[in-house]
Structures are given as C-alpha cells and as structure tokens.
Design a protein around this ligand. Structure first.
Ligand SMILES: [Zn+2]
Length: 536
C-alpha cells in the first residue's frame, strides 16, 4: 500500500495537465507556410537542429487537418489565430470580390492605414471581426506582450490580432515593415535591421546544397525535373541548385527574397532581435511570439514538395529554428517556454512527378479555362443581363438583385460549361454545399462558405489537379494533401509522444489559451486539446 502511495505521489509530480501548472513565460507559435507532416517525417533522420529539438521534446499530433476548403494562407492563419472556421469568420480566401464595392479586396487591406515602406495599399487587422489568441492574452493580462513576424503581411497581421506590440512583415522591397494601424513609425531598431539586411547584396550569394550529394539522391527526386520553375535568368539555366542570386533580376530578388531559405533566416534573426528589444519572457506575464516562416511555401510553389530545393530548405529551416531555440535557452531559459509548430496549409506534388508515378494528375489549361468562363459570362449576359454575374478566381458572384429563377439559370449555365474544362470535377452552388451530406471532404467545403460574403457558385478541381499552369505547385483544395499539417507542441525535457487521433487546426488557439489559462471567445469552432506534458 505504502509503495502504491509513493508511486501515485511520484506520478502526480511527473504527469500533469498543462493548464494546472504555472503560466509559461513565453509561447513561441511557429507557423511554417506549406510545412507538411509527410516531409517532416521523410526527412526526420536528417534533422539535428530545431525540428529535432521540437520533435524530441514534443507531443506530435500526427493527424492534424485544416477542416476547411480553400486551403490558402489567409484562411489558414485566420483559423490558427481565432479557432473559427474561415467561412463563418468571413475570411473566405486571401482575396475575394466584394459586391457592394464592385471590386476585390485583400484580406488585410486597409485604405485608412499607411505602410511604413511607402509601398502598396495599407495593411491591418481592420477587416477581421473575430477575436484572436493574441487578443485573449491581452484581455487577460494587459501587461503581456505580443510580437508577430512573418514573411507575409497576412501571416503577421492575422496572428497578431487587434493590438499587438509589434507586427512586422516583409515589404517585398528589401525590408520588414508595419503600418500606421499599429505604430506611429517603424521602430529605429527595425530600420537598422533592414539596413544591415541589404537584400541586394545577396546578388553576390549562392544558394548551395547544405549536405553531400548522396543525401539528396536518397531523399529527393532528381534536381532537374520537368515542372520546376527556372528562377535564374541566365541563358540555358536549369531549375537546380546551386542557385546564384546574381542571376535573378534585382527586382525579383527584392520582391521574392522571403520565398527563399535566406529570407527565413532573416525572419529568424528578426525574431531573435525582437525578443531582446521587447524583453519577451522576462516577467511574470506570459508573452507570445508568432513566427510565420514563408520560405517553404515559396520553394514549394517554385519547385514542388519532393524537390532537392525543398529538402535543402527543410534542412536550413532545421538549422534556423535551432538558432532561435538556442537564443531563448541562453537569454530566458527553456523551462517556462512552450513551442507550437504547425502549418497554414499543405501542398500538392508536381503534376509531372505524380504522372511519373502513374498517378492521374494535371494542370488546368488557362486558355481553356478563360474560354469557358467567357462563354459562361456571354450566355448569362444574353439571358439575364449585363454585369449581373462576376467571375473572380474560380468562383462566380451573383448580384443581390437576381431573382430565384435567374439564379437557377445562371447556376445551370456554369455547371454545364465547366464540365468542358479538363481537371474540373464540378461546380457547386452555395445551396448545394449546404445540402451536402456530412463527411470529411464535404465538411471542409461547408466550413469554407459564408452565406452573404462568398461566391454563389464554386468551381472545384479533381483530386491531383492544379489551377497553376506551366510550372511549380500549389494548394487551396479541400483534399488531404492540402489540409494535412504538422502539429507539435513542445516543452523542454518532456517525454516525446505521438497522438494519432484526428484533430483540427481550429483547436490549436484554444489549446494554447488553455495552456495559458486564458478566457476565450465563446463563438469558436474548435475544442481545446487536453495537452499532458510528461517530464523526462
Ligand atoms: Zn502558397
């Protein structure tokens, strides 16, 4: 009996529910754009840095899915920040058509704000009405600090919430920026960081393979592969490493810097700088650092997920994340830090790669699509009237004044015509989606629609088909390859664990809120996961 009691006592010391322990000093919430569980698993034996540490000290939720269609960055980050499905929250894509304005808007555009870079339409959180993890933290602990840094404006802004202490993103012109929504001016230390970064100096640099050739032949497909983008402007260049940045045009280097591992390295350096500048993790109020890494998405769009370039990018990401973890270990200590690693969406393999594996796949012909869409609009114009229906992206928006009969006619025309686009599965109306019987894929479609803001008819792809023509890969569908993302929740010195039951990304912000003991909005769609850290 006595032995049993001692055992119970010891067990209670080493096995505790996270919400019962003292608040962490800092949560580092890393969202790596397009990071996939399949590549994290495949490359696992090669990791010795940050991915290794996060996996070896983490609970790995192996079946984590975005439970919404339209799997791109805006909806993904929105869900990871709010615990609300993008459809319900009205964040139906990265950009969409607004009937009242008769134009499209970007998810984070704000014409009343000015970007400090002086470039483009202002950016802010203004378009979002849902509250976020960052907001719940600030509501509970006004002294807590929130820093959000990403290569993409929407990544940083959606995670940072209403009132972050700092939200920074790459300005596509050689520096990191913010807007007047957040601060009166860019902090001097950020301007200094930008000066030192000097992106154009990378024209002297080459992106070379980090490891010996045998690693790449074992873990990636051949480097020169059909369907990869040729980034170099040099005559006869191939889509292979090494890539000499001097062979890119200066304007594409400046605008695309964040799409390369060198850009992610700069992001990590900036995150490290922000920890010291804002003294994160130094007092008793928990802080959050959001880090939205962007290179994996850029590399995947250019070269596809099984490329030599993507393998090398994961290896570099492994190194970069170790720099961050080591810095935190030295400056704050790791014991009161919780790390979360996940992704905003997955990716499809290159169609050319799938075809080489005898899997039916392809790219939609843009000329065929254009032709069919213009025939659709011509027919609708003739039967219903001019400007009654707008096509934006692969969806159709009806004017609000269309009668029930006119809606039915327009829907019928679209449904019939899109069958002639090779690679399209079907067009579904809002009502069709609402009436679909619930199952895994249909639920994702249901969770991407908004009854008033969204399109009236969606054109859907067949599995393993891409809207992207000629080169590279993409994401955005409701299929598993676009929805499956990693989720690893890590804390120093815990026994690593694997949870194989299905969880959804909408659960993640609520789980973090629980870990931090925060009150959160009742109007959420996720369920907090019961995280149990077991000490080594
Ligand atoms: Zn992308």
């Amino acid at each position: 009996m006595r032995k049993k009691l001692i055992f119970l006592f010891v067990a209670s010391l080493t096995f505790f529910s996270c919400s019962k322990q003292g608040n962490p000093k800092l949560v580092v919430y890393i969202v790596s754009d397009q990071l996939t569980p399949s590549l994290l698993n495949k490359f696992d034996p090669l990791f010795t840095g940050g991915f290794r540490w996060l996996k070896d000290n983490g609970i790995n939720y192996t079946n984590t899915f975005h439970n919404h269609g339209k799997t791109n960055t805006g909806p993904g980050y929105f869900t990871l920040s709010t615990g609300v499905y993008p459809g319900k929250g009205g964040i139906i894509s990265n950009d969409w058509y607004v009937r009242d304005m008769k134009r499209s808007i970007n998810v984070v555009e704000d014409t009343s704000a000015t970007n400090f870079s002086g470039k483009g339409i202002g950016r802010s959180f203004k378009n979002i009405s849902s509250s976020t993890l960052a907001d719940w933290l600030k509501d509970t602990h006004p002294s807590s600090k929130v820093v959000s840094i990403s290569g993409k404006d929407r990544g940083s802004i959606l995670m940072g919430g209403r009132n972050p202490d700092l939200a920074l993103w790459y300005d596509k012109d050689g520096g990191f920026t913010s807007s007047t929504y957040y601060l009166p001016a860019l902090p001097v230390w950020v301007s200094d960081f930008n000066k030192n970064l000097n992106v154009l100096s990378y024209t002297d640099s080459t992106w070379s393979r980090l490891k010996e050739p045998g690693i790449y032949s074992k873990y990636a497909r051949p480097d020169d592969f059909k369907g990869e983008k040729i980034v170099s402007k040099k005559k006869g260049a191939k889509p292979i490493l090494p890539l000499n940045f001097g062979e890119m045009s200066p304007s594409s280097l400046l605008s695309g810097f964040y799409e390369y591992p060198q850009g992610d390295r700069a992001l990590v350096n900036l995150a490290i700088k922000s920890i010291s500048q804002l003294k994160l993790g130094k007092d008793n109020y928990p802080d959050i650092l959001f880090l939205g890494l962007s290179a994996t998405d850029g590399v995947g769009h250019h070269f596809g997920p099984n490329s030599v370039e993507q393998l090398d990018n994961y290896l570099r990401s492994d190194k970069n994340l170790m720099l961050l973890i080591d810095y935190i270990r030295d400056e704050i200590g790791l014991d009161d830090i919780v790390f979360i690693l996940t992704g905003d969406h997955g990716v499809m393999a290159l169609p050319e790669y799938l075809q080489s594996k005898k899997i039916s796949s392809g790219r939609i012909s843009s000329s065929q699509r254009k032709k069919v869409y213009s025939e659709i609009l011509n027919q609708i114009n003739q039967i219903i009237g001019i400007d009654k229906v707008v096509q934006y992206g692969n969806a159709f928006y009806f004017n609000k004044d269309l009668s029930k009969e006119e809606r039915e006619v327009a829907t019928k025309i679209i449904k019939k015509a899109v069958r002639y686009i090779e690679g399209v599965s079907e067009a579904l109306s809002l009502e069709d989606i609402l009436n679909l019987s619930p199952n895994k894929l249909n639920n994702r479609l249901k969770n991407m629609i908004h009854p008033h803001k969204g399109p009236d008819v969606y054109v859907l792809l067949k599995e393993n088909w891409l809207w992207k023509r000629s080169y590279g890969s993409s994401h955005g569908s409701h299929y598993d390859y676009d929805s499956h993302v990693p989720l690893i929740i890590s804390k120093n010195n815990i026994i690593k664990d694997y949870i194989n039951s299905t969880v959804h990304t909408v659960d993640i912000p609520l789980t973090i809120a629980n870990i931090l003991d925060l009150n959160y909005s009742k109007n959420v769609d996720g369920i907090p996961l019961n995280v149990q850290f077991q000490s080594k």
